[in-house]
Design a protein. Structure first.
Length: 702
């Protein structure tokens, strides 16, 4: 088998479902459906040579291992495959020949190389030309001597640099861990630790210490540590004993080391190689990494920043889908935790299909997720793999399903005049995509609008214009398009949202009480009065408790609420929002500059809910005290991507207190869009604070 066929088989074996979406494989390898089928045929030839019942199939957009597949036997056969069964590519032959030359004592004949790879001598002659040109870049001389064959002349340091580049390139070009060719080279070189052992340990370090390396830095450092921690075979083929030196000494304790030093010790401990480390050796490994310009590009992840980024990401997806996602605290917590766990990022485990009524919506969720991926990728400074995107989609889909199950299904009617078959087809499409109760389906061209008005409908889905209808409606094509589905979702969400708000007309209460007052019924009026007084006291007590316990109000006094009626750019808005904190010497001007720099660097990640932003910076250098202010922009502040913000909460932190509760409280204000409109219209700071307290208070409806 070739590399690609082998890798696809390995991915199928390692994926828990033993199934991969066809579109993922086609995208990963940038190949046609015809080429994929040829690869599957090649993989089947291998598996069935081992066990005739072990077969791979491609059907309904999925590649899968058929029932009866002998996973254990095929896995063993893959790991013990020789170069007769595995067909080396030209690039792989170049690397294989180079490694043979590194290990060889003296000359090796071209025929011996040809025999070891099961190719012709003429093929090796052509390969040697590539090897010679490639090694010249490392200043490694390839010496050819007639009947003796070929050898290389180079220093050990040049060989180590070459090996780092080899394993870096292998990491960069593969789509699956534990690939066959890397394992082949590791065995040939006599390595005690694999590149996957090292890479896994590096990622564990990143997760444990809340840091992210760029993908290039991660791979470069892993390849460097692989060569540093492994003893290469001697020219005679024997493996020397590990150097026996003392462990890390007291003067080089873990906490006193720099970032790379701590990483070296952490990885050594994980692979049980601490016995070969001391201060001098740590310094040597660091120098080896830096000599090759492997200065790591490190991002220290601040949880507060990450929560903001994920919330902004979900806000954008929610806008695309017409639903609220950013207010789902469980979803945010799960995504933050999952994205910080780098260890399984290369796994295909998340390429799962979601069945049931939500199934068709997963495609819409994936499209919206993909459109907004740059928010997460810009923050992490690394691309997300297909498997990570799939895992995000599954988390979002599960959240949508969880929330759908809590809702009372919208009650709708379908109007599709002219064709019973088309009407029934439209109804089936809607049932596939949405959890609606279809009260009636009208197929006649001449129908009575009163028939719809009396059905107590939430809205109507129609293929024709219905200008006389007072019930909300959405016009669609008989064969639903993506735009149609989005429009239906939008109206369904709006109706659910409005229903949850349970809004009443301003005069509704007066209309209820007025007849009683006019009737002169004193006893009823007295009961209404007493109950109203009791409720008002309960409201007042609840608001007092909120004022005392609110995370926002604890650190944001009324004088730090500023109302702005002018139009402002986002930069001027952030500066204006921090004005009171700067003037009261709680933060310095440089902190405000850092907050602006963050938005320029990561984009508008500070927009954590519709109309709400939370500008801040991580630096404590110019912060004297934990503090919070609020800028209410009555005209709205527009960011570069046309997102408009009306509430700008400006935050600064000097202590080590965890402010995630504050973040979640600010974010929760987005659930109350009607009250946000009241807050935006505030005329004074005192009035704004009063409305803010009311928004944060949980009034119990007894």
């Amino acid at each position: 088998m070739k590399k690609r066929s082998t890798e696809i088989l390995q991915r199928l074996l390692d994926t828990p479902t033993h199934l991969l979406p066809e579109e993922v494989i086609l995208s990963d390898y940038d190949m046609s459906d015809k080429t994929l089928r040829l690869d599957i045929r090649e993989a089947n030839a291998f598996t069935q040579s081992v066990d005739v019942s072990s077969k791979i199939s491609l059907a309904d957009g999925s590649i899968y291992l058929e029932a009866g597949f002998d996973y254990s036997q095929i896995t063993d056969a893959l790991s013990t495959m020789d170069l007769f069964e595995y067909k080396l590519s030209s690039e792989e032959r170049k690397i294989y020949i180079t490694v043979e030359l590194l290990l060889q004592e003296g000359y090796i004949s071209l025929q011996a190389l040809a025999d070891s790879m099961f190719v012709s001598r003429n093929t090796v002659v052509q390969d040697i030309k590539l090897v010679r040109y490639w090694l010249s870049k490392y200043d490694i001389e390839v010496i050819t001597k007639g009947k003796y064959g070929i050898e290389i002349n180079s220093s050990e340091e040049k060989q180590r640099v070459l090996l780092v580049d080899i394993f870096f390139d292998l990491l960069s070009s593969r789509y699956h861990a534990h690939d066959y060719f890397s394992g082949l080279l590791e065995r040939k070189l006599g390595f005690s630790y694999s590149i996957d052992d090292i890479l896994g340990s590096v990622r564990m370090f990143e997760t444990k210490f809340n840091t992210f390396l760029t993908v290039e830095s991660e791979y470069r450092i892993s390849a460097s540590l692989l060569i540093s921690f492994n003893q290469l075979k001697n020219k005679n083929g024997s493996i020397p004993k590990p150097v026996d030196i003392q462990t890390v000494t007291q003067d080089s304790s873990f906490n006193s080391l720099d970032f790379v030093g701590q990483l070296i010790v952490f990885v050594a401990k994980k692979i049980n190689n601490l016995g070969a480390l001391n201060s001098e050796r740590i310094g040597q490994i660091e120098q080896f990494i830096f000599n090759q310009s492997h200065y790591p590009q490190v991002e220290h992840i601040n949880d507060f920043d990450f929560y903001c980024t994920v919330s902004h990401f979900l806000t954008l997806i929610g806008i695309d889908l017409g639903i609220d996602l950013q207010n789902d605290e469980l979803l945010i917590d799960l995504l933050v935790s999952h994205l910080k766990s780098l260890i399984n990022w290369d796994s295909d485990s998340f390429n799962a299909n979601i069945a049931g009524p939500l199934g068709p919506q997963v495609k819409l969720i994936r499209q919206a997720t993909t459109r907004n991926l740059n928010v997460i990728e810009n923050f992490l400074h690394r691309p997300l793999s297909d498997s990570m995107v799939s895992s995000i989609v599954i988390h979002i889909a599960a959240a949508v399903l969880r929330n759908e199950n809590k809702k009372t299904p919208s009650r709708i009617a379908i109007v599709c005049p002219g064709s019973r078959a088309m009407s029934e087809y439209l109804q089936e499409q809607i049932k596939n995509y949405f959890n609606f109760y279809v009260a009636c389906s009208i197929q006649k061209n001449d129908f009575n609008f009163n028939d719809l008005e009396t059905q107590h409908l939430d809205f109507v889905v129609t293929t024709v214009d219905l200008p006389q209808l007072t019930v909300p409606s959405v016009k669609v094509s008989p064969m639903l398009t993506i735009s149609d589905i989005n429009n239906i979702q939008a109206i369904a969400f709006k109706i659910q949202h409005d229903s949850k708000q349970n809004r009443k007309d301003n005069d509704a209460l007066i209309q209820l009480v007025s007849p009683i007052v006019k009737s002169g019924n004193i006893r009823k009026m007295e009961i209404i009065y007493n109950q109203t007084v009791r409720l008002l006291k309960e409201f007042e007590n609840s608001e007092y408790q909120t004022a005392m316990s609110s995370e926002i109000l604890k650190i944001m006094p009324m004088q730090f609420i500023r109302i702005e009626s002018r139009s402002l750019s986002w930069k001027d808005g952030i500066k204006a929002g921090f004005t009171d904190l700067v003037e009261n010497n709680l933060v310095g001007p440089s902190y405000v500059d850092h907050a602006i720099d963050n938005v320029e660097k990561y984009g508008p990640y500070i927009i954590i809910n519709r109309g709400i932003a939370l500008p801040h910076a991580e630096s404590k250098d110019d912060v004297l005290e934990d503090c919070l202010s609020l800028l209410i922009s009555q005209k709205g502040i527009e960011f570069d991507n046309n997102e408009r913000v009306f509430l700008l909460f400006c935050f600064a932190q000097n202590s080590d207190i965890e402010y995630l509760r504050l973040f979640k409280e600010i974010m929760s204000l987005g659930n109350r869009q009607t009250e946000i409109n009241r807050l935006i219209k505030s005329q004074t700071s005192e009035q704004a604070q009063r409305i803010l307290i009311e928004m944060l208070t949980n009034y119990k409806n007894k």
